[in-house]
Design a protein around this ligand. Sequence first.
Ligand code: IPD
Ligand code: CA
Ligand code: CA
Length: 263
Amino acid sequence: MTPRSALLNVMTRAVDKAARALKRDFGEVEQLQVSTKGPSDFVSNADLKSERILREELAKARPGYAFLAEESGATAGTDAEHRWIIDPLDGTTNFLHGLPHFCISVGLEKAGEIVAGVIYDPIKDEMFLAEKGGGAFLNDRRLRVSARKNLGESLLATGIPFRGHGDTTDFKRQLDFAMNETAGVRRLGAAALDLAYVAAGRYEGFWEEGLSPWDVAAGILLVREAGGYVSDLKGGQNMLHGGTILASNGLLHAPLQAALKPH
Ligand code: IPD
Ligand code: CA
Ligand code: CA
């Protein structure tokens, strides 16, 4: 058992509590698929409930930290340095359709830099953790990015643009490259887990456009702490607020970035 820092304990405790509520609600949502009204109101409530629990628990343990959360937006804190960046339910479309692939993502920013991240998939019971300088973990196992350096053997993940998210022209060109040059592309529908999977060596790379800070905050640190590299699609470091991301095992970053960069 790897000893966890006090900070990671605070984060995992909050995430666990919110995840218990989400998991109960997911059980209900599976039943609601056949109702005429559909489960959307129910799901937005599940989302809000998860965020409320996370905020309550984190504020109790670290009073004064600011928040940037998907549902409630930015809330200033009395602490000028620290800010939680929260996605209370990443993979909402999956959740809404009864597809068991979603997570909670919590990152901690200190003076503009991500210093801790937790991503939890309650269905698979996979808790991804990272703290700056302390490595990345899946439950209690140390994570390393994959060692594959051949593009032809690499498995990539992405997010397919949908109504109002992402540029479809760019995407078609990117997909064309990936279809021709790699071993395959996955679109599982939860960006935070896509990043965690790069950290875990399951994917050699992940790219997406149209993302928000809460989709990527925790995942960026996980990939870095697992030995990978993260940039925006132009090769710069504006992933948190710029909306685009490319995460890789590092070895394949240059060829991926060259092929995927937006026109
Ligand atoms: C979405 C998921 C999805 C990605 C979207 C995100 P949400 O987050 O991460 O994989 O393609 O761009 O908005 O809405 O489920 O929290
Ligand atoms: Ca999200
Ligand atoms: Ca969300």
